[in-house]
Design a protein around this ligand. Structure first.
Ligand SMILES: CC(C)(COP(=O)(O)OP(=O)(O)OC[C@H]1O[C@@H](n2cnc3c(N)ncnc32)[C@H](O)[C@@H]1OP(=O)(O)O)[C@@H](O)C(=O)NCCC(=O)NCCS
Length: 212
């Protein structure tokens, strides 16, 4: 696999996840200059999974360096309840005195007070959800598909029967990637919600889930 390896994430991957998150947060492009603190987007879209759902957090490494991640939770409603009690209060405390120096900062600091939650009907029908991000040098080599399929296996093993995800409508071309792995669009909120039934997962993916 050209030096690529997929493994379960560890607590030591925190800085790498924050870095990859901000470098892909602007519809897949580098958003570092949108925030006064590079950690901000990772605190929403990457690190809570590492803290509370480590078993369903995978990293892609190349020659030992983390170049991508796929993080998810098998149970969105339970995850949101955990964050409500144990993650957002901690961030409000930690960053409560911070001033917003850009619209990106404003979005994140407001988000700590009013985090987005999944519509109940979607989280009930497709209980798991996920995020996947690869650094530009790792993209376009088939590794996103490998990583996503490995995460789907992991979510299924954790008991999830279905999975959903959101795509920023300004990043619509990426929906093609998810379609190729078996997702279908189910709603526009306006973010594009895509979902997949893990019980009806394609046989090639199921085969990959089987222990070798
Ligand atoms: C989206 C992403 C995870 C895809 O991973 P990748 O390694 O680049 O994709 P792969 O090489 O595994 O591609 C698998 C298939 O999806 C297609 N595909 C991948 N990205 C695509 C895109 N942006 N638009 C259209 N098709 C795409 C590939 O052409 C390939 O098709 P094929 O199987 O017919 O050859 C990766 O490009 C990425 O992290 N992008 C930046 C962050 C981002 O946008 N994340 C998603 C947020 S919702």
């Amino acid at each position: 696999m050209d030096g690529f390896t997929i493994r379960v994430a560890t607590a030591e991957d925190e800085a790498a996840l924050s870095d990859i998150c901000v470098r892909t947060a602007d519809r897949g492009k580098d958003a570092s200059d949108h925030y006064s603190d590079y950690q901000y987007p990772g605190l929403i879209w990457a690190l809570p999974y590492l803290r509370f759902c480590r078993d369903t957090c995978l990293v892609l490494t190349r020659h030992g360096k983390v170049v991508g991640y796929a993080v998810g939770t098998p149970d969105t409603l339970q995850f949101e309840a955990t964050l409500k009690n144990s993650w957002w209060p901690e961030l409000r405390q930690r960053f409560g005195q911070r001033a917003a120096l850009s619209p990106g900062d404003r979005y994140v600091l407001d988000y700590f007070h009013e985090p987005e939650v999944a519509p109940n009907d979607i989280a009930t029908r497709f209980p798991a959800h996920l995020h996947i991000n690869l650094l530009p040098d790792a993209q376009g080599k088939g590794m996103g598909r490998e990583l996503l399929e490995a995460l789907l296996c992991s979510l299924k093993r954790s008991g999830a029967t279905g999975v959903h995800l959101g795509v920023n409508h300004l990043n619509e071309p990426v929906t093609e990637f998810y379609r190729k792995v078996g997702f279908a669009e189910i709603a526009r909120l306006p973010s594009i919600i895509m979902a997949m039934d893990l019980c009806a997962m394609g046989t090639e993916i199921v085969h990959r889930c089987d222990p070798k």
